[in-house]
Design a protein around this ligand. Structure first.
Ligand code: ZN
Length: 108
């Protein structure tokens, strides 16, 4: 039998040492190298402002899912978008560019 490393649904390989780490882990527990989507010289990973705006308009709350803020999405849904106030604040934030994704990067 070959010894193959199986990845769980919430696991991924470290970009530095190749060890198996949690998907949401900020840094590798084995080598201590910081993990990041788009941080490893890829350059991608920036979220689109127009996509977030469309999601916010038509699929309320899914703009948080889109940028990776799942917890915020759940909170948004639980409060009904802050009775609509939070929703309007988000719309304005997306439009004026102050809405950030889960990595704290502004949308493009
Ligand atoms: Zn590592």
């Amino acid at each position: 039998m070959s010894e193959s490393t199986k990845l769980g649904a919430d696991e991924r390989f470290c970009s530095s040492c190749g060890g198996v780490i949690k998907k949401e882990a900020e840094m590798c527990v084995k080598c201590g190298v910081r993990q990041g989507s788009g941080g490893g010289g890829g350059g991608g990973g920036r979220k689109s402002k127009s996509t977030a705006l469309i999601l916010c308009l038509f699929l309320c709350g899914f703009h948080y899912i889109y940028v990776g803020k799942t917890g915020m999405a759940i909170l948004f849904w639980l409060t009904g978008g802050g009775c609509g106030i939070w929703w309007i604040i988000d719309l304005i934030a997306i439009l004026n560019g102050s809405f950030k994704d889960a990595d704290g990067k502004s949308l493009v």
